[in-house]
Design a protein around this ligand. Structure first.
Ligand SMILES: [Zn+2]
Length: 271
């Protein structure tokens, strides 16, 4: 009988020392899951500057008025790379950060944007269609792109041919993402690490391919100023519509910061 009691005691000791439930009960409770980092930064999207105002055309006067407003009201222009770094837990962005982006690399963007940007100490990101820069006179050449780089602007890829990415084969998708990056890096002699999806079109497969092709972040559309670390390959941009008044523009760029500054209401009324 004593042998059975001894064996039972040994089993109890062994069981309690390896039992995962016991081990869990003795440790601290799991910390609550941390919300993924987010930053508030409107990323503005422009296409054409000049011409008659419509969805894709902001007049020269209105564009200059908008840049003057940003320059005179405490905004700091940041790059998409800086936003990605902040979302990964790196240095926080400056107060009232804003990102200004131009799609397609139209030649007119060179003369229409640089004076208003530079006089307001603003830097912007230009997303370039690499084959258009190589071939077509209506788009900024590599020489002009080197000039905007030297003026402090940032340059990202807008693919090789402005293809609708979700519909492509794996091989063609890789070509659009990787070859545009390689061509721009060779022409600019600097890393190209950010991407804008043509037409804002993407899906899970496109986002995975963008990461594999070496981009650290990609911008879509979406209209929000809140950027989340779980959406590094679908950062939200706000399309600046040419039909907006100056007041419309001010409301769009100021509202995210007004909301961030407003105090969080207390759950219980103060005594
Ligand atoms: Zn485009």
């Amino acid at each position: 009988m004593n042998r059975w009691i001894a064996q039972l005691l040994i089993w109890i000791v062994v069981f309690t020392s390896v039992c995962p439930f016991k081990a869990r009960a003795q440790t601290e409770p799991d910390p609550p899951p941390q919300a993924p980092p987010q930053v508030v930064v409107p990323i503005l999207m422009y296409h054409h500057i000049g011409g008659r105002a419509d969805r894709y055309h902001v007049t020269q006067e209105m564009f200059e008025c908008q840049m003057d407003y940003l320059g005179q009201n405490g905004f700091t222009a940041v790059s998409i790379d800086q936003i990605a770094i902040a979302l990964k837990g790196g240095p926080a962005l400056s107060p009232k950060p804003i990102a200004i982006t131009f799609d397609d690399g139209w030649r007119r963007q060179f003369t229409a944007t640089l004076p208003a940007l530079t006089r307001n100490n603003l830097r912007a990101t230009f997303f370039i269609i690499s084959s258009h820069a190589e071939r077509y006179s209506g788009f900024m050449s590599f020489d002009l792109l080197r000039q905007i780089r030297d003026a402090g602007m940032w340059i990202g890829s807008h693919t090789v041919s402005h293809a609708h990415l979700p519909g492509l084969s794996a091989k063609r998708l890789w070509y659009e993402l990787r070859a545009s990056r390689d061509v721009l890096e060779a022409a600019l002699e600097q890393p190209v690490t950010i991407l804008a999806y043509p037409g804002g079109a993407y899906n899970e497969r496109v986002m995975r391919a963008a990461a594999q092709a070496g981009y650290v972040a990609a911008v879509a559309i979406g209209g929000q100023a809140e950027q989340h670390s779980s959406h590094l390959y679908a950062l939200q941009r706000i399309e600046v519509n040419g039909s907006w008044s100056k007041e419309d523009f001010i409301a769009v760029v100021e509202k995210p910061f007004a909301q961030a500054r407003s105090p969080i209401p207390s759950a219980e009324p103060a005594p």
